[in-house]
Every structure is written in C-alpha cells, then in structure tokens.
Design a binder for this molecule. Structure first.
Ligand code: TXA
Ligand code: MG
Length: 440
C-alpha cells in the first residue's frame, strides 16, 4: 500500500467562524467552516471519505501529537488501528469528538429527556480546556454505540475534543467519533510531524493529513473524575495546577507513577516494556544531576556516536571543544533564541484560535569530539530545545527521532524540574522516564 502525505494548510481551508457559547448546555464555543474550493478542502474530504468507506485508519494532526483515526463505532475499523500500530489490544483508545452533542450521543441515557448525561464534575474542565489537550473518562456500558474494541473491555472510555481545526473538521466531515491513539508504531516516540508517522507506518496506511508540526508536543492529560477524589491518570498538555483551579478539582490526586525507579538502572535489553523509545539507549539526567562527561560515556559504552538533547542549562555539546572547530560548539541553536511560550494560563483567548500557529521542528548540529588519547574522535549530534518548558515539550519526541536518524548509539537527555505543578514539565519527565534505560 502506498502511503501519501497530504499537506493541508489550516489557513487555506476556508473561513472559520467561532461563536461564543450562547447557553449553559453548549459548554464550548461553536465553530463553523465555510470551505474554500481547492486543495485543502479536497484533501480533508478525501481523508474523511476514507474513514467512512474503508477500514484503513487515517493519520491526522491534533494539537498534541498525530493521531491514527478510525470510526469508533465500527469494530473492523477499530481493530485495524491496533493492527497498524502493533498495539496490545488491552490498551484502550481515546474517542475524539468535534462537538458536545456528539459526545452526549455516546453516553448512557443519551436519549432520555431531562438529565444531562455529561457528569457535572467534568463541566468546569470542559468549559475551560476544550477543545484542547484533556481527555476525560466517562461511563460506557449497555447500548453504547462505541465498538467494544475501543474500550478494551472496560466499562469506561476516554473522550477528547482536540483543538486542531484540522482534527475538528475531519471528525465533523467523517460524521462519526474517531477512535485514535497516537500515530506511532507501538513502543516508538509519539509523532509530532507527518514525517514521523510516515517513518513508522509507511505501507500500513494510505493517508497522512499533514498539518505541520504539533503545537503542544506531548499527549493529552487523562483524568478520571468518576472516582473520589478525582485522579490524573496520565500527565499531559494540561497541568496539575490548571486542573486544581477548577471547581471540584482542588484535591485532584496523581494516579500515575514514574519517579519510583530513581537511580542508575540498566535493564536487560528486550526484557522490559519499552515506551516512547528511540532505537538508541537513552540516558536521562534528572534536573540538578551533574552534566555528563561525553568522553567518559563514549568510552564506557563504548559508543562511537553520541546524541545530546539539551534543555534549560547544559551548554552546546556540553562545553567540549570540538575537533572540527569550536564554532559549532559555541553557537547557540535557534531554539534557544526563540520565545516559544504560549498564551498564559488564564488567557481568555479562544482555545480554537490557538490551533492555527505553525511551529518549527528541532534540528541536530554535528561535531567531532577529539579523544584525549589515540582513539578516533567521537561523533556528537547536539540538539537544544531551548529554555521554555513548552518549547521542550513541543520538540522532545521530534528530537529523539531526529537523533535516531543520525544513528547515534546513545542519547544523553537533560531532564527538567517537574516539582512545580504549573506547566507541562510533569508530562515531559513522565515520557522521558519511560523512554530512558538509565536514569541519573
Ligand atoms: O493527545 C492524545 O491524547 C493523543 C492524540 C492523538 O489525541 N492520543 C493518545 O492516545 O495519546 P494513546 O492511545 O496513545 O493514549 C491513550 C491513553 C492511554 O494511556 C490509555 O491507557 C488511556 O488513554 N485510556 C484510554 N481509555 C481509557 C479508559 N477507559 N480508562 C483509563 N485510561 C484510558
Ligand atoms: Mg501513544
């Protein structure tokens, strides 16, 4: 099967109108697109038709990562997602919806007049963070239109309204809720650009809707408000502090574990459950750990080629002088200079309006590190993600994939402080701890 990348410029799609919420029940702003005739709208419709008429899943951009979508109400289509990714069938999928009425139609008691099937606990979150990087867990059960494969046998399902206008438009055009995991091959880092999807799924799917690099870069926050107190099941694009500011969520607890394995812990290759993993061995330096000595690490490995992902404090190539001149080691990468901060947390800017900005993917700089003795020089690929936490989140998976393409043997990653709860640092460190074979 040929895999096509279909570039769709969100700005060429047509005229987007956003209407403020008129009544209490609508919860989110309403939007509409008046499609311009042309390539962008045609490509989007082609993708929607493929979802309706075939069982081959379609990859599409969201503001977090690229998703691999199929009709969530059709078992054969949902099974094909698991097959394309090589995903274990006991891991449930998130259902993506484009409107509140579409969500209601999936909930038990949807047909009953009177009571709203959306639990009250979620309403403050929906009003504030949807469309956006938040997934809520809801009851599924008897009579649900969802294919049982979506929930992997659980009595609940995860729902999310993404804020990428391409994602929203695709779901609406397809006319069905889309079950969609991240569009990577199972165990690989999540894809934050169309090329990443192609690298993993070429020949297994037909269409990748290319909306450019993702805005957030880490997946949605998954919350369960059906338990008391409510729980964060996965950290993501909405922070603990942001959740705590919502009524009913002041006491939200962290229900995932990623800090207990502190310390240097080499695990037997092939014996562990890999996640978010590039081919190279990842060594994660927790915030505050001493920066590594590249030569020592290269010698010990032994690793001929070393990748570095810098965040807030490490200097380019860790301050080593390079055999091919100090210039490349001393210039700061562009990412360090770009202000990647997004709108502040309390921004009244529409969630939808944040969906059309374009972002850069990080690139690696190469240099050769001369050995202290007779050994050949060490090849070093260096990427700086800049000092803003949001910039680090946005570039993280892309950086790991870029270094894999350079065939480095080991990737040294500078972790960030996740003890503050007001940004996406928890999500960044959660993914890195899962990707790392060694933590320092
Ligand atoms: O940002 C995102 O959430 C992306 C984009 C494509 O929307 N999707 C994504 O999907 O990350 P996936 O399949 O890679 O991760 C889904 C997460 C998993 O951790 C899964 O266990 C959890 O959501 N999940 C789904 N349904 C659940 C349920 N009923 N109960 C608990 N966890 C659930
Ligand atoms: Mg995933």
């Amino acid at each position: 099967m040929e895999t096509d990348i279909l570039p769709v410029d969100a700005n060429q799609l047509g005229k987007l109108t956003i209407t403020a919420t008129a009544d209490e029940a609508s919860l989110v702003e309403e939007w509409d697109i008046e499609y311009e005739p042309g390539q962008a709208a045609d490509s989007l419709r082609r993708a929607a038709r493929e979802i309706q008429e075939t069982d081959i899943p379609v990859a599409f951009p969201t503001e977090t990562v690229y998703g691999l979508g199929a009709d969530a109400t059709r078992s054969s289509a949902v099974r094909a997602i698991f097959a394309a990714k090589g995903r274990p069938v006991d891991n449930p999928l998130i259902v993506h919806i484009h409107s509140i009425p579409q969500l209601r139609s999936l909930l038990p008691g949807a047909g009953n007049a009177g009571a709203d099937p959306i639990p009250e606990i979620y309403k403050p979150l929906i009003r504030k963070f949807w469309p956006g990087p938040l997934t809520i867990i809801l009851a599924s059960g008897e009579g649900s239109p969802l294919a049982p494969e979506v929930t992997a046998g659980l009595s609940t399902f995860g729902a999310r309204m993404p804020r990428s206008i391409l994602a929203l438009a695709l779901i609406r055009e397809a006319g069905v809720p889309l079950a969609a995991p991240s569009a990577n091959a199972s165990t690989r880092p999540s894809p934050t650009a169309a090329e990443h999807v192609k690298d993993d799924l070429e020949g297994r799917i037909r269409t990748i809707v290319d909306g450019g690099p993702c805005e957030v870069g880490v997946e949605s926050t998954v919350v369960d408000g059906l338990s008391h107190p409510p729980v964060i099941l996965r950290p993501g694009g909405i922070s603990l502090e942001q959740l705590r500011q919502c009524a009913g969520w002041e006491d939200v607890v962290v229900g995932y574990k990623d800090k207990h394995e502190q310390g240097i812990k080499p695990r037997a290759p092939g014996m562990k459950y890999r996640h978010y993993s590039p081919k190279a061995t990842v060594i994660l330096y927790e915030a505050g750990a001493k920066a590594p000595d590249i030569e020592e690490i290269a010698t010990k490995g032994p690793y001929k080629s070393v990748g570095i992902v810098r965040t807030k404090t490490w200097s380019p190539t860790l301050g080593h002088s390079m055999a091919n001149g100090a210039a490349s080691a001393l210039t700061t990468s562009a990412a360090d200079e770009i202000d990647t901060s997004l709108a502040p947390l309390d921004s009244s800017r529409s969630n939808l309006l944040r969906a059309v900005t374009q972002h850069e993917v990080p690139h690696a700089t190469h240099s050769l590190l001369a050995s202290r003795d007779e050994r050949p020089p060490i090849s070093v690929w260096d990427i700086g993600l800049g000092r803003s936490t949001q910039g680090v989140a946005r570039g993280l998976f892309s950086a790991l994939r870029e270094l894999d393409k350079k065939d480095v043997h080991v990737i040294l990653v500078e972790g960030i402080d996740d003890t503050v709860d007001d940004d996406v640092a928890a999500a960044v460190m959660n993914r890195l701890r899962k990707a790392a074979e060694i933590r320092i």
